[in-house]
Design a binder for this molecule. Structure first.
Ligand code: CO
Length: 137
């Protein structure tokens, strides 16, 4: 059911420093920071030939990733995002398998404006999983 790895997300304490480190030390192409107030994050994408790394920093007072940063002050891996072709079919399948979809269980527009849902980390080996609907080109 899942397709390509769309991105791996890493929460960072200093977005500019993290972007610069990826750009200079690792020689990667990074996008300018983008504020997503509705998600409580600012993002920078590191563009790799086969996938992306999403650098995340809390935005606003009630950001859901602030607690993550409090628990992991130097940052850390936050979630992996897999592509699916039909997010509603994927949700129905997962719920049938006993997996838990976070929030109200309905897709919301994600960082790329495409529908996303998050799955409970306890159901997936301690890893927060994001599914993003990406139609086949
Ligand atoms: Co993501």
């Amino acid at each position: 059911m899942i397709g390509r790895l769309n991105h791996v997300a890493i929460v960072v304490p200093d977005l500019a420093a993290a972007a610069l480190m990826y750009e200079t030390a690792l020689g990667a192409t990074v996008t300018p920071p983008k504020a997503l107030p509705e998600h409580g994050v600012t993002t920078v994408f590191v563009e790799l030939p086969n996938t992306k790394i999403e650098l995340l920093h809390p935005l606003g007072d009630d950001s859901t990733i602030q607690k993550f940063l409090d628990n992991n002050p130097s940052g850390g891996m936050h979630h992996v995002c897999y592509e699916v072709e039909d997010i509603h079919a994927a949700i129905a399948h997962l719920v049938g398998q006993g997996a838990r979809v976070l929030g109200d269980g309905q897709p919301k527009p994600g960082a790329h404006g495409l529908p996303v849902v998050f799955l409970h980390p306890k159901d997936f080996c301690g890893t927060l999983v994001e599914l993003e609907e990406v139609k086949a080109a």
